[in-house]
Ligand binder design. Structure first.
Ligand code: NIG
Ligand code: FE
Length: 405
C-alpha cells in the first residue's frame, strides 16, 4: 500500500463539520486533510491513518475549524449610502413612506447610475473585504440599483471583479425587478417587459447572471409581474429566488416555490400556505435579521412553523445601503439568535450548509470528504462562540481551496 501524502493536514482541531445530525457535527480533537483543493480526510485524531503525512501540517491546538461562511443574500455593490434615511426613520418616517416619497431604493439607484465601474468597484470592495475578514468565503451579490441595462451590467461586472480580486466565490443575482425606475412611473408594463425581454437575456448571454431575483411587495412588483420574470428565467435555464413577504403577504413564497426556487428571503409575513409550498419544493428560507433590526420590525418570521415543516433555514446579512448596512455575517447570526430565537446550532447551519444550498451549491458548507477546502480557523474553541461574541476579530486564518489567504 502506498503511503498517503496530503497537501495540508490540520491536527488537534475542534471541528464543526455541520455534516450529519449531531449538534454542529462536532468532532473534538479532530484532524482534517486537504488535497487538490478538496477535503481529503476528516475525523478524530485517534483515527488518523498510520503513516499519513502532508506537505504542510498545522497543529491547531484545540482551535475551532469550520467551513468558510456563506453569505447568500447581499446587495453590497452600490454607490453612495443612505445615512440620511437612517436619521429620517429614527425621526418616525417608515421605510414605505420614504420609498413612496422618492427615497429608498430609488435614491441608491441615482447614486449607482452616477458612478462609473471603477468608482463602484472602489466603493464596494471594502464591504466585501469586511465580510471576508469575518470568515465569509462565498458571497452572493445582487444587481438592482441600476434598473437600466448599462447600469445593471456595471453592477454585475463589479460583482464578478470583486470575486476575482479577493479570490472568493461570488454568485450574482439579477434583480432588475427591485423597484420601478422613476422614468417608468406611468409605464410599469414597459419596464417589466424591458427587464424580462431585453435586460435579462442580454446579461445572461454575457455570463453575468447566476440566478434571478425580484422584490415582490406592495411598494415594488406584483406576483403577476414576478411570475412573468420567472417564466423568462426558466426559459433561459436560470434558477430563481425572491424577496418575499417582507412587509406583507403577497403569496411570493408559494410563487417562487412553484418554480422550484432556490430560496425565499425575508419572510416576516409568511403564512402557512407559503411554508407548505416551500417544504414541498425544497426552497430554502433565508432570514435577514439585519433588515428586521434596522427597520425596527416587530412581526417575527414563523421560525417554529418553518422548522416543523422541515424547511431549511439560512441567515444572511442582506448587506444594502437602506435596510441593512451590515458588514458581519457573524453579527447576522447573532441577531438571528437574539431576535428570532434560533439556537446557535441552527444559526450556524444557516450561515454554512443551508446558505450554500440557498445558492444551489452542494460542494461546500460542510467539512466532509470531497467538499471544497474553504476553511476558517477561529480564535474560539466552541462553535457557539461564533454567534455569541458581538463583533471583535475572531478569524485566525482562512484557506480557499486549501490555500492560505
Ligand atoms: O432586501 N427589500 C428590498 N430590497 C432590500 C432593500 C434595498 C434598499 O432599501 O436599498 C432588502 O431589504
Ligand atoms: Fe435584500
Amino acid at each position: 500500500m502506498s503511503a498517503i501524502r496530503w497537501d495540508r493536514l490540520f491536527t488537534h482541531a475542534t471541528l464543526a463539520t455541520f455534516d450529519g445530525d449531531t449538534p454542529f457535527g462536532l468532532i473534538e480533537d479532530g484532524a482534517l486533510a486537504c488535497a487538490d483543493g478538496r477535503i481529503a480526510w476528516v475525523g478524530a485524531m485517534r483515527e488518523l491513518p498510520d503513516g499519513a503525512t502532508a506537505t504542510h501540517t498545522e497543529d491547531l491546538g484545540g482551535a475551532l475549524l469550520t467551513p468558510g461562511l456563506v453569505d447568500c443574500h447581499t446587495h453590497l455593490v452600490f454607490g453612495g449610502n443612505r445615512a440620511n434615511e437612517f436619521d429620517m426613520r429614527l425621526n418616525g418616517a417608515s421605510y414605505e413612506e420614504i420609498a413612496r416619497a422618492g427615497g429608498g431604493i430609488v435614491s441608491s439607484v441615482r447614486a449607482s447610475r452616477a458612478a462609473d465601474e471603477d468608482t463602484l468597484f472602489a466603493q464596494s470592495l471594502p464591504r466585501a473585504r469586511a465580510l471576508l475578514a469575518d470568515g465569509v468565503t462565498t458571497l452572493e451579490i445582487k444587481s438592482g440599483y441600476g434598473l437600466e441595462l448599462d447600469a445593471e451590467r456595471r453592477m454585475l461586472r463589479v460583482a464578478r471583479r470583486i470575486g476575482a480580486e479577493l479570490g472568493i466565490t461570488v454568485r450574482t443575482s439579477f434583480l432588475g425587478l427591485h423597484a420601478l425606475p422613476p422614468e417608468y412611473k406611468e409605464r410599469r408594463d414597459d419596464y417589466v417587459a424591458l427587464v424580462c425581454d431585453t435586460m435579462l437575456p442580454a446579461l445572461a448571454g454575457e455570463g453575468l447572471v447566476d440566478a434571478v431575483d425580484a422584490f415582490c411587495e406592495r411598494i415594488a412588483f406584483t406576483s403577476a409581474e414576478t411570475r412573468r420574470l420567472f417564466e423568462r428565467a426558466t426559459q433561459l435555464g436560470l434558477p430563481v429566488k425572491l424577496h418575499a413577504e417582507q412587509l406583507s403577504d403577497q403569496g411570493g413564497a408559494a410563487l417562487v416555490a412553484g418554480f422550484h426556487g432556490l430560496s425565499a428571503d425575508h419572510l416576516e409575513h409568511l403564512g402557512n400556505a407559503g411554508i407548505a409550498s416551500m417544504a414541498e419544493a425544497g426552497t430554502v428560507a433565508v432570514l435577514l435579521p439585519g433588515a428586521f433590526y434596522a427597520l425596527r420590525e416587530t412581526h417575527l418570521p414563523p421560525v417554529a412553523a418553518l422548522r416543523e415543516h422541515g424547511v431549511p433555514i439560512a441567515i444572511a446579512t442582506d448587506c444594502n445601503p437602506g435596510t441593512s448596512p451590515l458588514l458581519s455575517l457573524r453579527l447576522a447570526a447573532n441577531m438571528a439568535c437574539t431576535l428570532f430565537r434560533l439556537p446557535p446550532e441552527e444559526a450556524l447551519r444557516g450561515i454554512t450548509v443551508n446558505a450554500a444550498r440557498a445558492l444551489g451549491l452542494i460542494d461546500r458548507g460542510t467539512l466532509a470528504v470531497g467538499q471544497r477546502a474553504d476553511l476558517v480557523a477561529w480564535h474560539a474553541r466552541q462553535p457557539a462562540e461564533l454567534c455569541y461574541w458581538i463583533g471583535g476579530p475572531l478569524v485566525r486564518q482562512v484557506w480557499i481551496e486549501g490555500a492560505p489567504m
